[in-house]
Each structure stands twice: as structure tokens, then as C-alpha cells.
Design a protein around this ligand. Structure first.
Ligand code: AMP
Ligand code: MG
Length: 597
């Protein structure tokens, strides 16, 4: 099967990891996957296995149901699902069929382990000690080779060469591979009206390309805790203490040593913040308050409501379990444990946790500096009177709001006149001060020239046509060390493209590890239409239905200029490329606004 046929249905890049057994494919993948995750990439892995492999366990219901004759066994929980099916085929499993089983809308890359002979782009791994020949010498689809120091590559090897132990270098190569990738058969986008040189990309492809160009900020600062809200931790928060510090009581009651006794002599009492000085003997009890440290000699607390105390002797109703109602020292967080990892964004709960450990001066990454401006002769600042035939500038303000919510420092450059020299001056000024420059308007075909010419003088720019609605045109490039985003002009399109493309870039830039847009399933309460081949982001209102399920409706008219729809909405409804219509009762993905608005 040719590469084009094999990968024709793939919406994300597919890379094989190929090597003879014993080279360490899985070992490498185990180190590579965390690194790719850290870089914001979601990865699916396809692995070739022995014909009789088993992931289930005898005795598990799923195993027994399969053995009893379930031809397909789909088992699902709220956070995991597994489909097991018996499909005997001659020879190797059909990779094209396996790839089709992956939910490609949720990932950025598929790594394939162990289909060495198939026609797909591959990274070859080689170790001299394994004593096997090279694959690349007879497989033109090998994209690069990662080998150990002892490997002697032929002098005429023209492939990019990596060290098999350099996980970072291999991750860089993979990010580059994603950035270069184009689908075999681009999604049908309907009649093409824009200039042919524009590249057509899916939302995932656009995001992946952007992320390859983002290097996280490397400057840190140390702040008082109250000033750290919304900032990203630069170092792991290691607990200097046990939480709780002492083993203590979870109840108001009596502390005793669990054993044979049925009545106990009350020998004293202990309050929170104090310690009982003595050792409690068998058959003795100490009255104890919630949070008070457990005295020496006891291990169990019985709640006051079950106790009867007369003449200094206490008896209890009901059974007593050893160790009950006791919180062990370090049970929440032990000394030396990682309470928060670097890359965590500090919200209210993180502030409380850091404070509870006495970590009052967290070290955080510097905030991204983002310059914004609007373009268009018709665009007026809202502080000034509205000129005839003009509109007020909405975009700079919605951008300002979202950037502030993301913890960025905003540099507002106002409205830039529609002429090349003003544009060049504005971009030069912006890129000198900022990590990221964002403009809105002026990137659709009619008027692209300006930003294009200005950027050609100062940096690089790509114009993309993203298979999405709203927000199809997107310009992305670099000016010096700054990244440039040219967002569309329509106010809703600006917000939607910001959420999909600028947000992941800014979060990575800010040092936030592992961020992915939050997607939740909700039941549609009305019919919705989309066009297959593009992702539709409708403004939605999600609410709890009568039966307790999450439901979603649209805000009605979905024109990309109707900004009030963003105000009414509390989420975006994401109708993925494969979806062309939704019926009431169908499940759809939604992206809640909570983080940004
Ligand atoms: P453009 O991409 O420049 O053709 O703009 C598309 C539409 O968005 C036009 O109707 C513009 O008037 C409108 N628009 C552009 N910039 C802004 C802005 N800053 N605020 C509100 N609307 C805008
Ligand atoms: Mg314009």
C-alpha cells in the first residue's frame, strides 16, 4: 500500500518509530511521551503486537464476557474506555484500519511502533551492539536516524542524525516534523475563493505549527504570594513540612489505645494547638479536640457522641476500629513531597496550598508581554465620537480582556492607519517591547497586502486559511524574537481564533505545562448544522437539564460580527470536521469559557 493510500484518512501527522528488536523503541517512547506532553502535544501510539496479546485479565467481567462470546467488548468509565475485538487477519494487522479507530480530533500526532515495513514516514533507531543492518539504506521514507555513539554511519548518509539518548533533540525533530506535515488529501473546503497561495490547514495543524515556534520564557521572578495569582510556577513546590505536621484527631472525642478494654479512666484533655505532656496507658483515655495532636500511647479516637462519662470513667457505644478518626502526620503532604509541579498556574487553591506549606515567596516565570493593535480606516477608538461610516474598535478591548485573564502584560498600541509605513513603524515598535504582537483585521484577501508587505520588510509571515468557522484567515509569523498573530477583523472571529490559536501559544510561552483546551460532552437540545471538512465553533449556552445531564443550545444567529452572541454564550460548541449535522439528543463537544471570560 502506498503512503498516500495508507495515510489518506489521517487528519494528524503519523510517524513510525522503526528499529530491530532490542534497540529500545519502547524505552525511548517512555521518555519521549512525557517530553512531548510537556510541549503541549497530545500523542496517540499504535503498537504492533504478537497475534495472541492480551490486555484484559482472567476474572475481570470484560475478560469473561469476551470469552463467553462478545465479539466486540467495549468497556467505558468516566475517564477511560477500551474496545477489544477479535479480528483474525492473515499476516500483519491492517494499519490503515487501526489508524481509523483512533479519535484523531483529540490528538496532534500518531506514533506507530513496529510496522517497520509499511510505507509511512519513520524515525529509525539504531544501536551498534544490536548488530543489525541499517533500515534507511533501502527505505527512502526514513526521515532521520537516532543512534548511539558506537554507531558508524556510512559517509554518504544524508539524513538528519540524532543521538538515541537525546530525548530533547528527538522531540525537537518530531515538532519540526509536525510543523512540516500536510495531509495527503486536504479536507474538502468547498469553493475556494481566496488566493491559491494560501495554505489550508485544520485547526489542529495550525495549533501544532504555531507551538513549534514557541519557546517558553526563561526569566523568573520571586513574588509575595498575594501577587502570584494567575502566574505560572517556575520551580516545583517541595513541601518543607509534613501536612498535617502531627498525627492528630479528626473529631472531638476521646483518644485511647485500641485493645481489650471496654472502659477507660479519663486522665486529662488536650486542645488544638497544644500537646498532652504525658504518655497514656492502656485503659486510659484523654479527652481530645479536633486538630489536637494525638498524645503518646494512643492510636484511636472515639467521637464524643458515642461516649458516656461518669465519675472520671468513659465507656463507648458500638464497635471501635483501630486507628479510627485519626489523621496521620504527612497524610496530606509529606516532607519532601512535590506539592505543585513547575508549570502549574497559580489559582486560589494553589495559593492556599502554598501558604499551608509556608512557601510564601513562590518563584514564577515572567509574564508574557503582548502588544495589540487594530487596523482599518473605518475603526474608531470608543473614547472618541463615532465618525460617519465608521465602527467602534471592539477587538482591542476583547483582546485586552482575554490577555489580562491569561496573566499577560498588555501593551496597547491603539489603531494603526491603513498604510505600509505606519504599519512598519507600529510593528517595529511592538516587537521591540513584546514577546507577542497581535493585530486584528486586514488579513482577508482584499486587504492582506499591507501587513504582508510590512512583515516582509521586518520578518516572516505565513497566511493560512484554517478549515474553521468563524475565523478562517489567520496570519502567523515572526518579527525579530517576537511572534506575530494577524487575527481576522470580525469581532467574534477574533475571540474564537484567539481562544484556539493564541491561547495555547501564550500558555506555552508562559511556561504552563500540559495545557489543553477543556472539552466536555453535552447533549444538543436543537438541530445544528456544520459543513464537513471544517470545524464549526458555535456560541453555546450550556446548562443542566431536568435529568441532571449537561445540555447545550446555540445562542441563535451565528454571524461572526454578532458580538452579543459571545456575551450570551458560556461556551463554544465544537462541531468537528467530520460532523455535518447534529440532531437534538446527539452529544457534542463544548469548550467552556470559564478560563478566559
Ligand atoms: P477585515 O478583516 O479587516 O476585512 O475586517 C472584517 C470585518 O471586521 C469588517 O466588517 C471590519 O469593519 C470589522 N472589524 C475590523 N476591525 C475591527 C475592530 N477592531 N473592531 C470591530 N470590528 C472590526
Ligand atoms: Mg480591514
Amino acid at each position: 500500500m502506498s503512503t498516500d493510500t495508507l495515510l489518506s484518512d489521517c487528519r494528524v501527522p503519523v510517524l513510525g518509530i522503526c528499529a530491530y528488536s532490542g534497540t529500545g523503541k519502547t524505552t525511548l517512547l517512555l521518555k519521549l511521551l512525557p517530553e512531548l506532553n510537556r510541549r503541549g502535544l497530545k500523542v496517540a501510539v499504535v503498537k504492533h503486537a504478537h497475534h495472541n496479546f492480551e490486555v484484559d485479565k482472567p476474572g475481570k467481567d470484560s475478560f469473561e464476557l469476551r470469552k463467553a462470546g462478545a465479539d466486540q467488548m467495549l468497556i467505558g468509565s468516566s475517564n477511560r474506555r477500551a474496545l477489544m475485538m477479535e479480528r483474525p487477519v492473515e499476516g500483519d494487522p491492517d494499519l490503515k484500519e487501526l489508524l481509523a479507530m483512533i479519535d484523531q480530533s483529540r490528538i496532534d500526532l500518531i506514533l506507530v511502533e513496529g510496522f517497520k515495513k509499511l510505507a509511512l514516514p519513520k524515525l529509525e533507531l539504531h544501536r551498534a551492539e544490536v548488530g543489525k543492518p541499517f533500515v534507511f539504506t533501502h527505505d527512502p521514507l526514513i526521515q532521520a536516524i537516532a543512534c548511539d555513539e558506537a554507531t558508524q554511519l556510512p559517509a554518504d548518509c544524508r539524513l538528519p542524525q540524532l543521538s538515541i539518548d537525546d530525548v530533547d533533540g528527538i522531540a525537537d525533530f518530531i515538532q519540526g516534523f509536525i510543523g512540516q506535515w500536510t495531509p495527503v488529501a486536504p479536507a474538502p473546503l468547498g469553493p475556494c475563493c481566496d488566493s491559491v497561495e494560501r495554505k489550508q490547514l485544520s485547526v489542529n495543524q495550525g495549533v501544532a505549527r504555531i507551538l513549534t515556534k514557541v519557546t517558553p520564557i526563561n526569566d523568573t521572578e520571586t513574588l509575595p504570594l498575594t501577587g502570584a495569582l494567575g502566574r505560572v510556577l517556575a520551580t516545583d513546590a517541595i513541601s518543607p513540612i509534613n501536612v498535617p505536621q502531627h498525627t492528630n484527631s479528626a473529631m472531638d472525642g476521646y483518644a485511647i489505645a485500641h485493645g481489650e478494654h471496654t472502659s477507660f479512666k479519663v486522665v486529662g484533655e488536650v486542645f488544638a494547638g497544644h500537646a498532652y505532656p504525658g504518655v497514656v496507658g492502656a485503659g486510659e483515655a484523654v479527652k481530645i479536640m479536633t486538630g489536637a495532636p494525638l498524645p503518646a500511647g494512643v492510636d484511636t479516637v472515639v467521637m464524643r457522641e458515642l461516649a458516656t462519662e461518669t465519675d472520671g470513667v468513659v465507656r463507648f457505644d458500638g464497635p471501635i476500629e483501630a486507628g479510627q478518626n485519626v489523621r496521620q502526620a504527612g497524610e496530606d503532604i509529606a516532607t519532601g513531597a512535590t506539592a505543585l509541579t513547575a508549570g502549574a498556574r497559580i489559582s486560589a487553591a494553589e495559593m492556599g496550598l502554598l501558604a499551608s506549606l509556608g512557601l510564601a515567596q513562590p518563584t514564577v516565570w515572567r509574564r508574557p508581554r503582548v502588544a495589540i493593535f487594530s487596523t482599518g480606516d473605518e475603526v474608531c477608538a470608543p473614547e472618541a465620537p463615532l465618525k460617519p461610516n465608521c465602527i467602534f474598535d471592539a477587538n482591542r478591548f476583547s483582546l485586552h480582556g482575554m490577555l489580562t485573564q491569561l496573566g499577560c502584560e498588555v501593551i496597547d498600541l491603539g489603531i494603526i492607519e491603513d498604510n505600509e509605513d505606519s504599519m512598519v513603524a507600529a510593528l517595529e515598535n511592538a516587537s521591540a517591547q513584546a514577546d507577542v504582537v497581535i493585530s486584528s483585521g486586514g488579513v482577508s484577501v482584499g486587504d492582506a497586502d499591507f501587513i504582508k508587505d510590512a512583515l516582509a520588510r521586518l520578518g516572516t509571515i505565513d497566511f493560512w486559511k484554517i478549515a474553521m468557522r468563524p475565523g478562517r484567515p489567520l496570519a502567523f509569523g515572526t518579527i525579530g524574537d517576537a511572534l506575530f498573530f494577524g487575527l481576522p477583523g470580525n469581532p467574534v472571529a477574533v475571540m474564537v481564533s484567539f481562544m484556539q490559536f493564541v491561547q495555547p501559544a501564550l500558555r506555552k510561552l508562559a511556561g504552563e505545562a500540559q495545557w489543553q483546551p477543556r472539552l466536555i460532552k453535552a447533549v444538543a437540545t436543537e438541530p445544528m448544522r456544520s459543513r464537513s471538512g471544517r470545524t464549526e465553533f458555535s456560541r453555546g449556552v450550556a446548562s443542566l437539564g431536568a435529568a441532571g445531564q449537561l445540555e447545550v443550545r446555540t445562542t441563535g444567529s451565528q454571524g461572526s460580527g454578532i458580538l452579543s452572541s459571545m456575551v450570551q454564550a458560556n461556551c463554544l460548541i465544537v462541531l468537528e470536521e467530520a460532523v455535518d449535522h447534529v440532531r437534538p439528543g446527539d452529544a457534542v463537544w463544548i469548550q467552556p469559557f470559564s478560563d478566559l471570560m
